[in-house]
Design a protein around this ligand. Structure first.
Ligand code: ASP
Length: 601
């Protein structure tokens, strides 16, 4: 901002709509005659004067009209409505009452000439920092919502991050190479969006869930540092804040080991935090998947605050309290300074953990009082010494409150992890201006799926097992760790990738493990396995979720506000009304209508 847009007025032949933007004029311009163009944000009448706020994406400039300067111009100004598009010629003058909140607040424009470029209907909601329009209405008129400051700033940030990513990767020798959208299924674990082929009746393309197979082929072709900021498509049942199409910064490198990838992309993230947020973070800590599950109950821990999960199994069992005695796992969290919470506050939390999506039956609490005594909801089963043991394990200090959940291991771990985040949110510990990145490494290669009764690739089927674990593949596949890693920022996975298999035999073995028949594997991924027989270098990479990364850098967690034209929560674009039905002609052309022969023989 504040840049000179010289090209607007550099040539006499060029139609000059504006000499400056609405965010540009300062005290130093006083005395100059300038031309601005933009939208009427609002106007105020004051006796024989009218003040009008003119807005474009660079800012707002106040325009003054005065009966004494030009009565007919004042009349014209009074006819303008909100969001009309106008051009104003005027003299930059000092403001009587300066507005320190506006970058242009020292000056105003004494109007000399007004041209209406286009009238506008009254917008269905206010185009202000805070709009009065509901979500659905603003989505329907997205082009108006995009005029608002918060969204404009978000898109500018998105552009900034995009440019910084490119600058960084370009300087490292990465090449931006486009890969196709009309392809065949890529296994990233979601359903494909399919596109019927008109020319090949009955056949379908799939839209890429990611460019995974293509980037691996590019490694075989020798483009050893590839990246692309590209759209991916996944037909998932929409969870909150997921978009069916989203953007990845997709990267791949050849002749690398995991360390090289971690170092390269850690530097990218630190570069972004420096350039975009002005933060000097020196390095990104690492934690294994196993440790993360143990300490935080999930694989993307928010490490901006403590409240780690303490395993209280050995300190609670076989002492007469049946709930704990029968539980597979008993986990405690020390909430700082919460010993003073009222019964009502604790009951509210107990109700929260009982919600069906959290799924616990109840919650036990233990107050670590300032005077060194303890008060818990299970006092009659446990002595003070035993409760002191819990406090020690949970690292609770006097004045803290220990919350304890118990039950089946997976469920209890997940619920405790959610409870931890919920409380942190309530205590204001999730400060969006603090950034705590973390690598989570050594993910398991496979994950057992109860539903289908077989293993699934935890990352994707191209991920390579750790060489030292390969021997477990036959005897104990669930124990095999992968050379796979996630980059986590403030409790969100912002990127993930792996070192890939580059050997046909191992890749084929992997497909076996995942339950593919030889024929299925050949049909779906034969091209990749064949390529591995023509000199495939060792390679690996990762992809960042660009939308989420930008949202987090913008201090938000809702990605929709950082995408120009997102879908709503049911995957619809309510502005253009998509998805929609198509006409019979198109249906026929695509052979999507089965013509039923009704004539009896
Ligand atoms: N294709 C992977 C994904 O979309 C990222 C990678 O492994 O590079 O998650």
């Amino acid at each position: 901002m504040g840049r000179k847009f010289g090209y607007f007025c550099s040539s006499k032949n060029y139609k000059m709509y504006r000499s400056h933007t609405c965010g540009e004029l300062r005290a130093e311009h006083i005395g100059q005659t300038v031309t601005l163009a933009g939208w009427v944000q609002r106007s105020r009448e004051l006796g024989g004067m009218t003040f009008l706020d003119l807005r474009d994406r660079y800012g707002i400039t106040q325009i003054a009209f005065n009966e004494e300067w030009d009565a007919s111009l004042l009349q014209q100004a009074r006819k303008l409505g909100r969001e009309w598009v106008i051009q104003i010629e005027g003299e930059v003058i000092a403001r009587q009452s300066k507005n320190p909140k506006m970058t242009t607040g020292d000056i105003e424009l004494k109007s000399l000439k007004l041209v209406v470029l286009n009238a506008a209907n009254t917008p269905p909601f206010t185009i202000e920092e805070e709009s009065d329009g509901g979500e659905e209405l603003r989505m329907k008129y997205r082009y108006l919502d995009l005029r608002r400051g918060p969204l404009q700033r978000n898109l500018m940030l998105r552009n900034r991050v995009n440019i910084e990513v490119r600058k960084f990767l370009d300087a490292q020798g990465f090449m931006d190479i486009e890969t196709p959208f009309l392809i065949k299924s890529t296994p990233e674990g979601a359903r494909d969006f399919v596109v019927p082929s008109r020319m090949q009746e009955g056949k379908f393309y799939a839209l890429p869930q990611s460019p995974q197979t293509f980037k691996q082929l590019l490694m075989v072709s020798g483009y050893d540092k590839y990246y692309q900021i590209t759209r991916c498509f996944r037909d998932e049942d929409l969870r909150a804040d997921r978009q069916p199409e989203f953007t990845q910064i997709d990267c791949e490198m050849a002749f690398v080991e995991q360390e090289d990838i971690l170092a390269t992309f850690e530097s990218l993230l630190l570069h972004l935090l420096k350039e975009v947020k002005g933060l000097d973070i020196k390095s990104v800590p690492r934690m294994t998947y196993a440790e993360s599950m143990e300490r935080y109950g999930n694989d993307k821990p928010d490490i901006r605050f403590d409240m780690e999960l303490a395993n209280l199994n050995h300190l609670t069992r076989d002492l007469g309290f049946t709930v704990f005695d029968q539980a597979e796992t008993v986990l405690g969290i020390a909430v700082p300074g919460a010993a003073s919470w009222t019964r009502k506050q604790i009951d509210k939390l107990t109700d929260w953990v009982r919600r069906p999506d959290i799924g616990m039956k109840g919650m036990v609490y233990c107050k670590v009082n300032e005077d060194g005594t303890y008060k818990s909801s299970v006092d009659k089963f446990y002595t003070l010494e035993q409760q002191a043991g819990w406090a020690k394990a949970a690292k609770a200090k006097p004045g803290d409150l220990i919350l304890i959940l118990a039950g089946e291991d997976r469920l209890t771990r997940k619920a405790s992890s959610e409870l931890r985040l919920h409380i942190a949110e309530e205590l204001g510990l999730r400060d969006p201006s603090v950034f705590a990145p973390l690598w989570v490494i050594d993910f398991p290669l496979l994950e057992w799926d109860e539903g289908t009764n077989r293993y699934h690739a935890m990352h994707h089927p191209f991920t390579s097992p750790k060489p030292e674990d390969i021997e477990l593949i036959d005897s104990d596949p669930g124990k095999v760790r992968a050379n796979a890693y996630d980059l986590v920022l403030n409790g969100n996975e912002i990127g993930g990738g792996s070192i890939r298999i580059h050997d046909r035999a191992l890749q084929s073995r992997m497909f076996d493990l995942l339950g593919f028949t030889k024929e299925e594997a050949e049909k779906q991924f034969g091209f990749l396995m064949n390529a591995f027989e023509y000199g495939a270098p060792p390679h690996g990479g990762l992809a960042f979720g660009f939308d989420r990364l930008v949202a987090l850098l913008g201090g938000a967690e809702v990605i929709r506000d950082f995408i120009a034209f997102p879908k709503n929560n049911s995957g619809r674009d309510v502005m253009i009304d998509a998805p929609a039905t198509i006409g019979d002609v198109q249906m026929n052309e695509l052979k999507l209508i089965t013509t039923v022969n009704t004539q009896e023989k």
